[in-house]
Design a protein around this ligand. Structure first.
Ligand SMILES: [Cu+2]
Length: 230
């Protein structure tokens, strides 16, 4: 009987309409812009193309692309993670995408489109590290069990770099080329909004979400001297 009452009660909670809010914002960098390092591919030119562009700080009118934004804090612990499958490809000797964000519990699928070998190597803190010699047509999948910021590189091609950000819940976003991000359907409450970028470092902001749109903008003024990975 108790179980039945409990089950009915839980259902009522789940069924009750939850008013949700939206977080919108943009990320700007107004500091000194470093000269991009274009990597020459040398003997791999035929497969990789002669040069690989620098993706470590992509700016357009000071707006920053590839910044990952997510919710943390006490209230965020109640937020659900909806895991999925997220793919990173090794294509023309670069990782695509350069930054990949996924919620905790998701599957990371690694592919290769190249006719040459790569050796993918991840530098994780709380997930199992990956260090695999990748032959053409190979693939590999691993569950990312814990929140983490993971640097990825190739042991055969020094210029190949990517980042995988595993967020603690599904309330995350990544900035587009206009520096804008949006996180929808956020249950009202107090959270910490965290932003991370590979060259700018990280910042947190305490926010309170109501039923409407909350605007949160970030302005980085200098590069991170030593980018914290977490
Ligand atoms: Cu490689």
């Amino acid at each position: 009987m108790f179980k039945l009452i409990f089950a009915t009660f839980s259902l009522l909670i789940l069924a009750s309409p939850v008013q949700a809010g939206t977080i919108k914002g943009e990320v700007k960098y107004s500091g000194k812009v470093p000269t991009p390092i274009t990597h020459k591919t040398g003997k791999f030119k035929k497969v990789c193309g002669p040069e690989i562009p620098d993706e470590s700080l992509i700016l357009k009118n000071q707006k920053v692309k590839n910044v990952v934004v997510w919710l943390e804090g006490k209230h965020a612990k109640k937020l659900k993670s909806k895991p999925g499958t997220y793919t990173i490809n090794q294509k023309k000797c670069a990782y695509s995408p350069h930054v990949l964000a996924m919620p905790q519990g998701s599957e990371l699928k690694i592919l290769t489109s190249d006719p040459i070998n790569h050796n993918i190597h991840t530098y994780s803190f709380d997930n199992d590290p990956i260090n695999i010699m990748f032959l053409p047509n190979q693939d590999y999948t691993q569950e990312m069990e814990e929140p983490d910021v993971i640097k990825v590189s190739c042991d055969l091609h020094g210029w190949m770099e990517a980042y995988i950000v595993v967020t603690p819940n599904s309330y995350f976003a990544m900035t587009k080329s206009d520096g804008a991000f949006e996180i929808k359907d956020v249950p009202p409450g107090k959270y910490t909004l965290k932003v991370w970028h590979e060259s700018l470092g990280e910042e947190s902001r305490k926010i309170e979400i109501g039923k409407n749109v909350t605007q949160v903008n970030f302005n980085f003024t200098e590069l991170a001297t030593q980018v914290s990975q977490k």
